[in-house]
Design a protein around this ligand. Structure first.
Ligand SMILES: [Zn+2]
Length: 317
């Protein structure tokens, strides 16, 4: 909410406002929230705390994404969960943009809340030196629901976008509403399981890309594809600003036929506005996740993307 993006022309607006503009209409989202049990209400609405070691996720190690039990927004990933022995599920990082921090009513601790519905999650503690990130999100199990990785393919849809350096593309897409998880990686080329060094040598044909898993009940492929066209410059061929070469090409790798049609429709809209779109549409093939140090790059470094900027291109359509 407090992230601002400079537009061409100097105007400033929040990404959320920008996304709402792109989405066109936004219904009253509270209508779509899950109905809570009295126990869940006590924690999520009335900021209660469940008993230590009593929650269902205290010891859980199953891979997946923890979503808000009330609104379904992605909050934490299993990779960031660690055993703190404190009696509540502990994470040393949140899904970027998913968690708000607020000084607790006790004036001492820092409360954490779901950024989408403001539901109470628990508290965050710094300086305990338990993990290298030195952060412990202490979260009530009742505030979350684990969506196991194995179930993701049934409920969620997958999209793959390539638009220059994957750090910047991921930075924006991972903050979009309805996005459950993002993965930076390589796709569209010949070399299997390439390294970043191999990709940079321009011999693999692989493009830097971002795989997005999203909840079709919370957003649409069109919303995300539209955002993709507005966070990179789709008229640049085999480059994105200072990054030059086919690894930086603009491409959409569609995972189901309907995605291709949606992308074609958006490209026609851009062409009608005079954009000579260089974006290629290709069927999705193997996607090779990139090395761990590329993941959440801007979130971890605290820097701003150098080559991606939110620029409205569709007007008010
Ligand atoms: Zn929520």
């Amino acid at each position: 909410m407090n992230k601002f993006f400079r537009l061409t022309g100097g105007a400033v607006l929040t990404l959320w406002t920008a996304l709402a503009m792109g989405a066109g209409k936004e219904s009253n989202m509270s209508d779509t929230w899950n109905k809570l049990t009295p126990e869940e209400t006590r924690v999520i609405v009335n900021k209660g705390t469940e008993r230590p070691f009593a929650g269902e996720y205290v010891k859980t190690k199953e891979p997946g994404t923890y979503v808000c039990r009330r609104c379904g927004a992605a909050l934490y990933r299993s990779e960031d969960k660690f055993d703190s022995d404190c009696g509540w599920p502990s994470f040393d990082a949140e899904v970027p943009g998913a968690v708000l921090r607020k000084t607790d009513a006790d004036g001492q601790r820092t409360e954490i809340l779901c950024a989408h519905c403001a539901g109470h999650l628990g508290h965050v503690f710094l300086g305990e030196r338990i993990t290298p990130r030195d952060t412990r999100h202490c979260v009530n199990s009742l505030s979350m629901r684990l969506v196991p990785l194995a179930d993701s393919s049934n409920k969620f849809e997958r999209a793959i976008f390539a638009g220059g350096c994957f750090w910047g593309v991921e930075y924006f897409l991972q903050q979009a509403k309805g996005v459950i998880r993002t993965t930076v990686g390589y796709t569209g080329g010949r070399t299997k399981n390439p390294t970043y060094k191999q990709v940079c040598s321009h011999t693999t044909g692989q493009a830097e890309a971002v795989e997005v898993v999203f909840d079709p009940l919370a957003t649409t492929y069109e919303n995300l594809a539209r955002l993709f066209f507005e966070i990179h410059d789709p008229v640049q061929l085999d480059r994105q600003g200072p990054d030059i070469g086919d690894q930086y090409r603009s491409a959409i790798f569609y995972t189901i036929p309907g995605q291709k049609e949606t992308a074609e429709k958006l490209i026609v809209q851009l062409q009608a506005k005079g954009f000579k779109v260089a974006t290629k549409l290709e069927p999705a093939g193997a996607f090779w996740p990139a090395e761990a140090y590329h993941r959440d790059y801007y979130k971890r470094s605290g820097k701003q993307p150098y080559c991606h900027i939110f620029t409205p291109r569709f007007g008010s359509q």
